[in-house]
Design a protein around this ligand. Structure first.
Ligand code: ADP
Ligand code: MG
Length: 207
């Protein structure tokens, strides 16, 4: 069932984040202002509470919508951007209730466009958008082939990780990482790494 999977995906992400938060925090300390892991931890705490308040038979749209609310109530640049990203995924789940692969494919595309509209990031600016765009391409390629959720998430987790790692070679053009100049080259963007981690948690939850 889509909603059981959605709950499990976030439960897995909460755990995976605990194991990665020091690394994500360290990256933002070196590239930005150091608060990314703290911002993400605050958002995920709100998400956990909101998911705890949902009835167990909530739809996948309800799960993503609760998560969106958690992010939208969190500070930093990442909070509102990820809140909009999850809001678009929730909307797509509501209109593709019976097909989670199509819902995610449509929602991740719409969400990434919303993040780009709001934050102005293009591919190659060394932000979370680089991992998101890699995921969008893979979702669209695999969902048009009629692949099942586990196959799609395996490919998406891989490409999002590749997209995140590709940010290591980039110069930051936006956000606080742009102030540190050449120091930003050599390390991957923490927001992009957090997106890759999210899809990897999805892959773990589906298997
Ligand atoms: P802040 O930059 O306000 O301290 P956070 O630390 O919460 O924000 O988040 C930092 C992450 O947000 C970065 O790693 C990057 O992925 C993402 N980010 C920053 N600015 C933008 C933007 N304009 N568009 C998309 N993502 C961005
Ligand atoms: Mg920061």
């Amino acid at each position: 069932m889509a909603q059981d999977f959605a709950f499990k995906w976030f439960a897995t992400y909460f755990d995976d984040f605990e194991h990665s938060k020091d690394e994500l925090g360290e990256l933002d300390r070196k590239l930005g202002d150091g608060d990314f892991a703290v911002n993400l931890a605050s958002a995920l705490k709100l998400c956990k509470e909101a998911l705890g308040d949902l009835p167990p038979d909530s739809t996948a749209a309800g799960v993503f919508s609760a998560v969106s609310g958690g992010f939208l109530h969190t500070g930093g640049t990442s909070g509102p951007l990820l809140g909009m990203w999850f809001r678009e995924i929730a909307k797509a789940c509501a209109s593709h209730e019976e097909d989670l692969v199509s819902a995610l494919s449509t929602g991740v595309r719409a969400g990434t466009s919303a993040v780009q509209r709001l934050g102005g990031a293009e591919a190659g600016d060394k932000t979370m958008v680089d991992a998101m765009l890699a995921a969008v391409d893979t979702f669209e390629q695999f969902s048009s082939q009629g692949a099942d959720l586990s196959t799609v998430l395996e490919a998406v987790a891989k490409s999002a990780e590749k997209g995140a790692e590709s940010t290591a070679d980039m110069h930051a053009n936006l956000g606080r990482a742009s102030y540190v100049g050449d120091i930003s080259v050599g390390l991957p963007d923490p927001g992009a790494k957090a997106i890759a981690l999210f899809f990897n948690s999805g892959l773990k939850a589906v298997n």
